[in-house]
Design a protein around this ligand. Structure first.
Ligand SMILES: [Zn+2]
Length: 201
């Protein structure tokens, strides 16, 4: 069944983390699954990124030219970035041993195209022209590394997604309050009512 690429699935705050989050429930061996297992979903994800990542992409429309080689480059960067940034959250530091895989994967995503990024008015070049998804993903990964923003990455305690916490007092707990926060509340409520039942015999 086709994935509904909605706002919730772009909870990462930056394109590279939205991408790492396409592998759902990481660490839950029995429940984890890959939304990019059907490679056609990468193109659909790229298309949805225009709607849900407008600021980062400067309004440009990312396009993914589906091929097994291109999908392999995207997956390689997704996995390497997840390892690096997840470890950074857990330790508060960047592990240089995890960097080469990210840099190599980002380099191969950037290879073969030229885009002028970082312009004052146009962070990603001309919004009227399409943008290679691989380029967007490579730039997103390198941007997250280059500043201090990686320090704001958190791991959602409900679904294990990575997200950037830009809240003023750095207190955001859930990737998406409306989804993971509510599920947690509902579960706590259920557990409390079960506990009451037991204590009442
Ligand atoms: Zn979550």
């Amino acid at each position: 069944m086709a994935v509904l690429w909605n706002k919730h699935r772009f909870s990462g705050g930056v394109l590279v983390l939205d991408t790492t989050n396409t592998l759902v429930l990481r660490g839950h061996a029995d429940r984890s699954f890959d939304r990019f297992e059907d490679r056609a979903e990468i193109s659909r994800f790229a298309e949805a990124a225009r709607t849900f990542r407008p600021a980062e992409l400067g309004g440009r429309a990312p396009v993914f030219e589906n091929s097994e080689a291109a999908a392999g480059r995207v997956i390689a960067l997704r996995e390497a970035a997840d390892r690096l940034f997840r470890q950074a959250v857990l330790s508060g530091q960047l592990d240089t041993a995890l960097l080469p895989a990210v840099l190599r994967a980002a380099a191969s995503c950037l290879d073969g195209a030229s885009e002028m990024v970082g312009g004052a008015e146009r962070p990603y070049g001309d919004p009227a022209t399409p943008l290679r998804f691989e380029t967007a993903l490579g730039v997103s990964a390198l941007s997250l590394l280059s500043g201090n923003e990686w320090r704001k990455i958190r791991i959602c305690p409900n679904c294990n997604w990575l997200f950037v916490d830009r809240s003023r007092n750095a207190s955001r707990l859930w990737c998406d309050m409306a989804v993971c926060g509510n599920r947690h509340k509902a579960r706590r409520h259920y557990e409390r009512s079960k506990a009451t039942e037991v204590s009442h015999g």
